[in-house]
Design a protein around this ligand. Sequence first.
Ligand code: FES
Length: 104
Amino acid sequence: HDEWINVGSVADVDEDDTHSVEVDGKRVCLYKLGGEIYATDGTCTHGEADLSLGMVVNSCLIECPLHEGTFDIRTGRAVDAPCTEPLHCYPVKVEQGVIYLRPV
Ligand code: FES
């Protein structure tokens, strides 16, 4: 997959909040931090939890709703236990208010 996929409007993503979308049948979570859009896999690497039901904490971490482990939204790095496996991050770009994601 080399193409960019339209995953919706920037206006659908609130600052320091999560927004769940589906890309090629996969759950992806979008975030807006300091006005910048980020995208990670929507499922925790520790279990089957939907990260879009979690909370953005410290302005850059997503806290899993199931066991409260955290990941850095910008890099996918597992920060707090029990998360140890990094979270996959997707390249995103914004053009005229539309978010495009590369499903790599
Ligand atoms: Fe996410 Fe356990 S499923 S921390």
